[in-house]
Design a protein around this ligand. Structure first.
Ligand SMILES: Nc1ncnc2c1ncn2[C@@H]1O[C@H](COP(=O)(O)OP(=O)(O)OP(=O)(O)O)[C@@H](O)[C@H]1O
Ligand SMILES: [Mg+2]
Length: 502
């Protein structure tokens, strides 16, 4: 048998954050010219392991070898120098700067005489690299004008410009459209052909099974399995992740749908929502499908008073509503779980508990008197209801893993006890077990008679949990299907086809 050669070996790595042991004696090795998927539930330690690799965290114990050379990174720049680049779960670009400025950030090319930043050289090199890899990007475009997929390409350019040999991608597709994700997979395969090692973290099992050559699974900070892809199927990987078989992924719901709760008529907004009309009944779970950019989040923003509608009306609980601000919407009994938890959801530096209670102070009677014990008790209850993995309500929100931050936001809107809830991509970044928990919560809310609108880019999810599925395209509703009477093909067709007579 040939001796396996590894581009990367991490041996006996342990890492604790205070009392939390995030990694326990982890040994992980990856081969050159392969995609190595790293799977595990939320909080299993995936990002932490990769942050140890990229010099963000120092391990408490263990060794790292890169191409059989021992390494001791004390800061990210040393890991980058050694050829390791990490694309973070939450992208981290300087938004007000241009593409090439980001690519060269901190490593600007200087001209000798006069001694200053040589922008033309940096633009030229960025353009050359784009051409080499077939990226369609303008080096001089400002980051703020790019789509999430293009931002990802900029991160990749940064890595490639630094001659990375090991590239870590932490949930790279979680904010990409289908098309952008496909482009990314092509690039990942190209990088593999060129002999790079790609470490690929994702909660989307289809992607993992499609791309990976090797798969390692972490559970509670320990490696529970590491093998070639061909020796595993999805069920094996999931079983290793959650430590048990996962049955009834979409729990059954038996709810009598009641009166109309929300009735929207001819709603338009300057963000591109065009004459949208629909209704959601009490106890009903309505899905909203559509391609990225179809106007679904914009509709949510218009309903919730983030932007003022330019036309149309909203009737809620039998009354005409005039919502000027999200606080009005909350007061009236609406809730919105936004899709972008970093920008519009979480207050990352604040304690978890505050993040849950922030929009709810009025509701739980804290406007006049801070009833701290009550707040704490409620937060703890809700935390255990959504099964968030935390040190308790006092822990800062940014100490939670990505998926657990999402659960925190679900807890926030459970506390609001709203009558109408909009969930925008509620399961983004959360693991298979936690997804099932969210579906169970959605079912319970339906059982309590709440009306729910679920925006999701994962069609199987909409088919698994919704009574009806609306389809948006270019700001309009172009389809309204009873889930039991339609098919994913029909919904996709409505979402993508240019002219279906509407
Ligand atoms: N900076 C930090 N301070 C304190 N605890 C942390 C910190 N970073 C991570 N942890 C804890 O370490 C554990 C592992 O977290 P990690 O972010 O590695 O999980 P993950 O596998 O990437 O999960 P996800 O799929 O949700 O992103 C969690 O319990 C988390 O709360
Ligand atoms: Mg993570």
């Amino acid at each position: 048998m040939p001796v396996p050669t590894y581009s990367l070996r991490m041996e006996h790595i342990s890492k604790s954050f205070g009392p939390v042991q995030a990694l326990k004696d982890v040994t992980f090795a990856a081969r050159p010219g392969t995609v190595h998927a790293l799977c595990g539930e939320n909080g299993a330690g995936k990002s932490t392991l990769m942050k140890v690799l990229s010099g963000v965290h120092m391990a408490d114990a263990g060794r790292i070898h890169l191409h059989e050379e021992p390494q001791a990174f004390t800061k990210p720049s040393e890991a980058i120098e050694a050829g390791i680049s990490m694309l973070y779960q939450e992208l981290d670009l300087a938004e007000h700067m241009k593409v090439y400025e980001n690519v060269f950030l901190g490593r600007e090319i200087m001209s000798a005489i006069p001694f200053r930043i040589d922008a033309p050289a940096m633009i030229r090199q960025t353009r050359e690299l784009c051409e080499q890899y077939g990226f369609r990007l303008d080096p001089e475009a400002p980051i703020s004008s790019l789509t999430p997929g293009e931002c990802q390409l900029v991160e990749l350019l940064k890595a490639l410009m630094r001659n990375a040999r090991v590239i870590v991608m932490d949930e790279p597709t979680s904010s990409l459209s289908e098309g952008e994700a496909r482009t990314l997979f092509g690039i990942v395969r190209e990088l593999r052909e060129r002999g790079l090692t790609i470490i690929y973290i994702s909660h989307r099992m289809e992607e993992v099974m499609d791309l990976a050559d090797d798969i390692s699974v972490l559970r509670d900070g320990e490696v529970v399995c590491s093998d070639r892809r061909e020796n595993m199927n999805v069920d094996d990987v999931v079983r290793h992740m959650v430590g048990r078989e996962l049955k009834d992924y979409y729990p059954a719901r038996d709810v009598e749908v009641g009166d109309v709760c929300l009735e929207v008529n001819g709603l338009s907004s300057e963000e591109g929502v065009e004459e949208v009309s629909f209704e959601v009944r009490k106890g009903e779970v309505v899905g909203m499908a559509g391609l990225v950019g179809a106007g679904r989040s914009e509709l949510a923003r218009a309903l919730f008073g983030v932007v003022r509608p330019s036309a149309g009306s909203i009737r809620f609980g039998g009354r005409e509503l005039n919502i000027k601000h999200p606080s009005d919407a909350i007061r009236q009994g609406m809730a919105l779980l936004t899709e972008d938890r970093k920008r519009t959801g979480l207050c990352a530096g604040l304690p978890c508990g505050w993040n849950i209670t922030l929009p709810n102070y009025e509701r739980i009677g804290m406007k006049t008197l801070l009833k701290l014990a009550k707040e704490r008790e409620l937060c703890e209850q809700l935390g255990s209801k959504v099964k968030v993995k935390w040190e308790g309500p006092d822990a800062p929100a940014n100490s939670l893993s990505g998926g657990n931050q999402q659960k925190l936001l679900v807890a926030r809107w459970l506390m609001a006890d709203a009558e109408f809830i909009i969930f925008d991509e509620p399961t983004r970044g959360i693991d298979v077990g936690a997804k099932k928990e969210v579906y169970t919560i959605i079912n319970e809310l339906a059982f309590q008679g709440k009306a729910q609108l679920i925006i999701s880019s994962e069609l199987p999810e909409l088919f698994g949990i919704c009574d009806r599925i609306l389809v948006m395209r270019r700001g309009r509703i172009v389809g309204n299907f009873v889930t039991a009477e339609t098919s994913p093909e029909k919904v996709m067709h409505a979402a993508a086809v240019e002219d279906n007579g509407l």
